[in-house]
Ligand binder design. Structure first.
Ligand code: BDR
Ligand code: CA
Length: 312
């Protein structure tokens, strides 16, 4: 199986991404989970990650707490989407395991240095602070990373945190800039892509009916998460952003992709955190990002259903 590290700020959609990966042990080996302040503060994202591995029946997957705040900016959180705990909607017991004592940034750098070259894929599902800090602290990890697969950014759909910036990039644009220009192969799932695979109440009903506890609690947290934006969306269907990262790792052929030059605005007051894509290659700059554009929703949701319901 492909070795991945999941860097995350759970978040209901992060939880789906993690469960989807843990339910796919033949293809993916989750080496560890690192947490960051994002949707909610770090103490909660860490606790949530521990709860999710436990829900998956995988308390052996180590969790390491990382940066509580972005590299330069102040932390902005998103309780307005995810609730006060970050995982509102689900009834999850207090975790029995605790986070590792090593700082996530140290753990990331050490684990990537100790693994074979090109062995580790890093998936970021939140602000990219931990990975950017690890790259700053130990630049020798940069050529050793197989690929960074991230959820973040937005192009033609604009932003969901500001008119031009998506939440994960907006929270820590400096970190995203560092990673995008690091030279590591980057694949990104911007909101343009995540909006093409929307979770429906019917699908959640099917998930719930599979009878696994993980599936049931995932459906419960999704019920809460899907209320967000009721006044803006015409239907009850919602994107399940971070799970698109796992879907890509498992089934890249159901994604429309395009290599482009992408950068992040880190200097303007109005558009900081905006991802800028050179769609038509007008700059002639080296294409640094594989942009995921569109997902075939039917196989995506079929696979996620199968994998999450395979958990206990
Ligand atoms: C991203 O922001 C967070 O609220 C979600 O977990 C996802 O990672 C979507 O913009
Ligand atoms: Ca997230």
């Amino acid at each position: 199986p492909r070795k991945i590290i999941i860097d995350t700020d759970p978040g209901q959609d992060d939880a789906f991404a993690i469960l989807f990966a843990l339910g796919s042990p033949q293809e993916l080996e989750v080496v560890g989970i690192t947490t960051v302040g994002g949707n909610v503060p770090l103490s909660l994202t860490t606790r949530n990650a521990l709860k999710v591995v436990e829900l998956a029946g995988r308390p052996d997957v180590p969790v390491f707490a990382g940066c509580p705040a972005p590299m330069v900016k102040k932390l902005m959180t998103a309780e307005y989407v995810h609730g006060e705990t970050g995982l509102d909607g689900a009834e999850l017991p207090e975790p029995v395991t605790t986070a590792g004592s090593e700082h996530a940034v140290n753990w990331l750098a050490r684990t990537i240095m100790e693994a074979a070259e090109g062995e580790i894929t890093v998936c970021t599902l939140g602000p990219m602070t931990n990975l950017a800090m690890a790259m700053t602290m130990e630049p020798r990890i940069i050529p050793r990373i197989r690929e960074v697969v991230l959820m973040g950014g937005g192009f033609f759909e604009g932003g969901n945190a500001t008119p031009t910036a998506e939440f994960n990039i907006f929270v820590d644009p400096h970190a995203a800039h560092k990673v995008f220009h690091s030279g590591v192969p980057v694949t990104m799932a911007p909101i343009d892509c995540t909006y093409t695979a929307q979770m429906t109440p019917e699908w959640l009903q099917t998930l719930r009916a599979t009878g696994s506890r993980a599936a049931l609690e995932a459906a419960n947290m999704a019920d809460f998460y899907c209320q967000y934006g009721d006044h803006k969306f015409p239907t009850k269907a919602r994107p399940i952003h971070d799970a698109c990262v796992t879907g890509y790792l498992l089934s890249p052929e159901i994604y429309e992709q395009r290599r482009c030059y992408v950068t992040v605005d880190i200097s303007s007051s109005e558009t900081i955190g905006m991802t800028v894509v050179d769609w038509w290659h007008v700059t002639g700059k080296e294409k640094n990002v594989n942009v995921l554009r569109r997902i075939e929703p039917a196989p995506f949701f079929e696979l996620m259903l199968e994998r999450i319901s395979a958990l206990p």
